[in-house]
Ligand binder design. Sequence first.
Ligand SMILES: Cc1cc2nc3c(=O)[nH]c(=O)nc-3n(C[C@H](O)[C@H](O)[C@H](O)COP(=O)(O)OP(=O)(O)OC[C@H]3O[C@@H](n4cnc5c(N)ncnc54)[C@H](O)[C@@H]3O)c2cc1C
Length: 452
Amino acid sequence: MTCMLIIGASDAGISAALRIKQLDAQAQVTLAAADAYPNFSICGLPFYLSGEVADWRTLAHRTIQEIESHGIHLLLDHRAEKIDAQAKIVQMTAPNGEVKAVPYDRLLIGTGAESARPPIQGLDTPGVFFLRWMADSFTVRQYIEHNKTRRAVVIGGGYIGLEMADALTRRHMEVTLLEFAPEVLTTLDLELGQVIRKELLAKGVRVVTGQAAQSIGRDQGELAVTTATGETHAADLVIVASGAKPATALAQTAGIGLGASRAIAVDRTMATGVADIWAAGDCVHTWHRLLQTHLYMPLGTTAHKQGRVAGENMLGGQRQFEGSLGTQVVKVFDRVAARTGLRDKEATAAGFDPLTVSLTTWDHKVYYPGATEILIRITGERRTVRLLGAQMVGHHAAEISKRVDIVATALFHQMSMEAMADLDLAYTPPLSSPWDPVQMAAMRWCAALNGR
Ligand SMILES: Cc1cc2nc3c(=O)[nH]c(=O)nc-3n(C[C@H](O)[C@H](O)[C@H](O)COP(=O)(O)OP(=O)(O)OC[C@H]3O[C@@H](n4cnc5c(N)ncnc54)[C@H](O)[C@@H]3O)c2cc1C
């Protein structure tokens, strides 16, 4: 019987394992993970730390028993150290320190990402934390409860930093968000980041932008984060959320090559180029559907799909990963910001001749109570009138996520602005307008193109 070994039991690894079992119930599947939390939603960690999710156990998509009931054999707390691709053996360290040689016929690497360590002195000072694994969240939570922390500095104004600023504020802490760039949420255009900044300020977060954290020190029990300009921010707790980098050390022991952003190089079947080894998720580079090239875009949505593709191909399938558009969304207090596809400057850099148009409109009919404004920036190609991307920000209840997904679907199918405006979308006054805001944005774009 073919022996399928999967290293990594998070989104990519689990998706592959389940797909293999779905297609071939007799397949022998072993799933190894460096920790004891297979198939947990690490995307939910900020909500566990905020207290919105009371019990960490509910972050499990499936329990261990449920995973095993699919006939998947789990090796938890087993760290894979080395792959011998000739002998088809993975060397692992078990929790008791025993070194095991685990054989495979086909192997998937789904080792994910690691928190990036920015060049800041004092990152190992007690009270300074990264957030990536379940264990990280337990340590942070214990630290908060044990030390009765009152003040926090969050380094990094990306989506995890923003979620953590929100989470710690909900825990009644005074939060300072420190961001090197001129505005928070640099994955969106400045004017959308400004809306998120306003929301942070309104909820009591101190927002410090354009300042790089340089060092963290401890003085008489108090942490101090010092910036390159010499400003000091006192804290009881520091969260460093400055990005993720692919975990590739294991893959490199098998001689597997690296690609974009030094992530594991895979083709669209998720094959690594080394016989019988596939890779998927945050450890690999990702095919961008619009740019037709590989980029590093670590997202849970992508990891699931890539894992499923890899699982199918490990059984001899020929499935290709259809590509990502970088579609993402974040909730910060009462605001939601989202994007899909390309922004103007990204489109220009990729050789398109883009036009980007902004529109502020109501999420639903104003006569129905509770209408709120949505800011949409939509980008298309002038010559072909092709849709290239959209960014939007609005109230939590304004269905921003649904709306960015409409654009993502249109983009996936290479629709023009006009075609998106023609879509038959749902309408009732409490939820939308006869022309949905994304269609209004598309029509505004067409009018701007024609100089109207
Ligand atoms: C706080 C936070 C919030 C997030 N929010 C979102 C969100 O809202 N939306 C979204 O799309 N994405 C989000 N993400 C990203 C998303 O969680 C990741 O894209 C996703 O978890 C990647 O899945 P993965 O399977 O590739 O790897 P990971 O989730 O990184 O898991 C890697 C697995 O490999 C194992 N492993 C690693 N090295 C070894 C080894 N040597 N031996 C054995 N096992 C090993 C680990 O134990 C783990 O099981 C968030 C991430 C974080 C940290």
